[in-house]
Design a binder for this molecule. Structure first.
Ligand code: SF4
Length: 316
């Protein structure tokens, strides 16, 4: 599989004054193949959303690189760069309520990117918007309405149409269903799955719900406190997690199918996630890990290949 996007030691710190900084994303490296979906999981505050936004250039990176089809992306996009890179890499946001401008009509929202960057005439943009509204299960005549006239699930469909009208190849879905009622979550996931198949999209699918990640993803990546701790084929990671954090995360996720077998760890996760400002020496999970050893507090474990997946843990 050819890599579409590759990140190498991608790092994003937020300066918070007093010489302190939040280590939101720290030296994360992996690649996503063309038409591949990588599900990214981890607790709140693990850096998932920041990683997705930094990959797309929505956050400036502190260090590291993002390459797209082998070309290193610039730190800031010029108008020419937008056409070459940014329109090809879009984001579907978590909260369909706050990500749509309430003063703009749906037509204006969906066509904004095309018109702003001179990618279509006004009438061609409206034709495309009508097409994409229908494509995501809404109606062309919804264009003159405002976001507040729609339900949460419909607003997320508007957000999907806004991203896809630019004909991206790579989409970061940042918890696209977590703000929706359970009854409409499956509809939106099915829509994303259908669009992935028909458009050949490559995706980073960020989510809390591991069952959903398993359903849509080819590989699963696990982040803890800004670091990548495990990444591998989705069923390998889900049914036989190797990193103690992944084991606990998966064991604590409700299993929708009681007949499904998967690895479970009897020890529940305890303790608070350490502050991303004062990142501990050695393994970042050591303060909560039931298998901690002396070496874990002294030496930072690096990702290494273990039976076809990559794990950062001194047990391997
Ligand atoms: Fe636990 Fe040590 Fe592995 Fe970290 S390196 S996850 S503390 S066993």
């Amino acid at each position: 599989m050819t890599d579409l996007v590759r990140i190498n030691e991608l790092t994003r710190y937020f300066e918070i004054g007093g010489g302190k900084r939040v280590h939101a994303v720290d030296k994360v490296s992996f690649a996503i193949g063309e038409r591949e979906i990588v599900g990214l999981v981890g607790e709140s505050g693990s850096g998932k959303s920041t990683l997705g936004k930094t990959m797309l250039g929505l956050h400036d990176k502190t260090s590291g690189t993002v390459t797209y089809r082998g070309e290193t992306l610039p730190a800031h996009y010029s108008s020419k760069d937008f056409q070459r890179f940014a329109r090809k890499m879009q984001m579907i946001f978590q909260d369909p309520y706050s990500s749509l401008n309430p003063r703009m009509t749906v037509g204006e929202i969906i066509t904004e990117g095309l018109l702003l960057h001179g990618l279509a005439t006004a009438s061609a943009a409206r034709d495309k918007a009508a097409h994409w509204l229908e494509r995501v299960g809404l109606h062309a005549d919804h264009m003159s309405r405002y976001p507040h006239e729609f339900s949460g699930g419909q607003r997320q469909r508007i957000g999907i149409a806004r991203a896809l009208i630019l004909e991206p190849e790579f989409v970061v879905c940042d918890e696209p269903i977590s703000a929706l009622d359970v009854s409409v979550q499956a509809q939106v996931v099915n829509l994303l799955n259908e669009l992935k198949q028909s458009l050949g999209l490559t995706m980073l699918f960020i989510a809390h719900d591991l069952s959903m990640v398993r359903y849509v993803s080819d590989r699963m990546a696990v982040m803890y406190l800004g670091s990548l701790v495990e990444i591998g084929p989705v069923n390998d990671v889900y049914f036989n997690p190797l990193h103690p954090y992944t084991q606990i995360l998966i064991a604590s996720n409700p299993e929708p199918d009681p007949n499904t077998e998967r690895a479970r760890l009897s020890t529940p996760i305890t303790g608070e996630i350490p502050s991303p400002v004062n990142v501990p020496e050695g393994c970042r999970f050591a303060s909560r890990c039931p298998k901690v050893m002396d070496v874990c507090r002294q030496k930072t474990p690096q990702l290494q290949n273990v039976d076809g997946r990559f794990v950062a843990c001194h047990l391997y």
